[in-house]
Design a protein around this ligand. Structure first.
Ligand SMILES: C[S@@+](CC[C@H](N)C(=O)[O-])C[C@H]1O[C@@H](n2cnc3c(N)ncnc32)[C@H](O)[C@@H]1O
Length: 423
């Protein structure tokens, strides 16, 4: 353990500004990186030992992926693990200052430590509320870093999620370093996929591949036939019910759902007796199912066959323009950029009092990412004159629900249901 790490175990109580802020500043100014990990300390010590044993020993300059430690236990992890349960308000103020200083010096918000935990996980172990000033400070750091990264990438959205989402680089004092979100999400059948992921699993990653992949309906899910990726699963039923009631709370609404899947939300929407119900669906197997189940014959239902990117713009050419009380978006294997592109379209199709919502699995692999993306959506929709609020519901933590599919795509105990309206 280095001096920096030791300091952040809070060896002295009370935690005072005079001692801790000064000490931390001194250490960082002396050149110790705010990203210095326990794994780097261990490696340093190993090398020193080897040098003692063999004076000709030379440190290897670059290491293979296998040799590279997969965890990064940063000073902020150590700090979060060491937080006293009986922290006082004034001590909390000091810790917020320490966090500010660490972030200023380039500390990352999204590293995974030796126990596969994020700083967010550790803060929530200390206090389970997402409303503590310390957790909120971490979320803000994540939002700033993500938005900064977007600027650096010239507007390209690098979507965060899942295992090892922060790649570690030995960084100095700049705040953009570790958010290299080179994805290791190859096997994650996300509904909205991380962008620029180097996916082995093309089905989940590429819309075109997905649309050419055979699907299978089981008793409680829609899956890709060979890979068993969960496209839609019935554990989401409560979420769909909530969404349908937000989009069409009264009879006679005009609604559109993008992505039919198992038709769960469309069935709920029908119960609310919409006057016009558009369904946009691109996959041939899903369209066949919709035909078989009589969706094409339902009064007031219009099926838009094809990708929404191609079919939704045709709504602008109708003789009678159509404006929606509710628009829902829940596709598969699309990227966050697709959703941003959808915003361009929906602002022209939404009634002044209308509601847009979507299946919100953004970053749902890790709670801290989920909380960061919750805010990023708020920022993004505000660019379109829209305001996003959330209704929070609990999600049953039943691991058996993933038995049927290759991998889980939702690991948070809560769901933030987005309700987006004109501000
Ligand atoms: C997660 S499912 C939707 C589940 C639906 N919310 C429900 O309640 O059952 C995603 C659906 O989006 C469809 N889809 C994927 N990309 C699409 C696109 N670009 N345009 C239209 N539909 C798309 C898929 O074929 C799939 O049926």
């Amino acid at each position: 353990m280095s001096e920096l790490h030791h300091l952040l175990t809070f060896p002295k109580r009370p935690i005072t500004e005079e001692f801790y802020v000064k000490e931390l500043n001194d250490l960082l100014k002396s050149g110790i990186p705010a990203t210095y990990t326990l794994e780097q300390v261990a490696e340093f010590e190993r090398n020193e030992k080897k040098k003692l044993e063999d004076p000709n020993y030379k440190e290897e300059e670059s290491k293979s992926d296998d040799e590279e430690s997969s965890s990064n236990t940063t000073p902020l992890h150590i700090m979060s693990r060491s937080l006293p349960k009986d922290l006082t308000k004034s001590e909390e103020e000091v810790i917020l200052k320490l966090m500010d200083i660490l972030f200023e010096y380039g500390a990352g918000w999204n590293f995974i430590d030796y126990e596969n935990k994020t700083i967010g996980d550790l803060l929530l172990e200390w206090n389970s509320s997402v409303e503590t000033p310390l957790y909120r400070r971490l979320v803000d750091a994540g939002v700033s870093a993500e938005l900064l990264l977007r600027v650096i990438n010239g507007g390209e959205v690098e979507f965060l999620d899942n295992d090892n989402f922060a790649e570690f680089e030995d960084n100095d004092a700049n705040n953009s370093q570790e958010i290299t979100t080179e994805q290791e999400t190859a096997e994650v059948p996300q509904k909205i996929e991380p962008i620029s992921a180097d996916h082995e699993d093309a089905t989940a990653a590429h819309s075109e591949t997905f649309l050419n992949t055979k699907l299978e309906y089981t008793d409680d899910a829609l899956v890709t036939k060979t890979n068993r990726d969960g496209v839609m699963m019935d554990w989401e039923t409560n979420i769909m019910k909530l969404a349908a009631n937000t989009l069409a709370p009264k009879h006679g609404a005009t609604v559109i759902n993008i992505g039919f899947g198992m038709g769960i939300i469309d069935t709920f929407l029908q119960q609310n007796k919409p006057a016009h119900h558009f369904i946009c669906e691109a996959h041939p197997d899903v369209l066949s199912r919709m035909k078989k189940d009589g969706w094409y014959e339902r009064p007031g239902v219009t099926i838009l066959e094809g990708r929404w990117q191609d079919t939704i713009p045709t709504l602008f050419d109708l003789d009678e323009p159509v404006f929606f009380d509710g628009i829902y978006y829940d596709t598969f294997s699309e990227h966050y950029n697709d959703m941003l592109a959808l915003y361009d379209t929906i602002v022209g199709l939404l009634q002044p009092e209308g509601v847009f919502s979507f299946f919100n699995g953004l970053g749902a692999d890790r709670r801290i990412c989920y909380d960061v993306y919750k805010k990023i959506v708020e920022v993004d929709v505000s660019q379109y004159g829209l305001k996003c609020t959330y209704e929070t519901i609990n999600v049953e933590q039943d691991d058996e629900r993933w038995d049927e599919v290759r991998r889980s795509y939702y690991n948070c105990p809560v769901y933030y249901h987005p309700i987006i309206r004109f501000a």
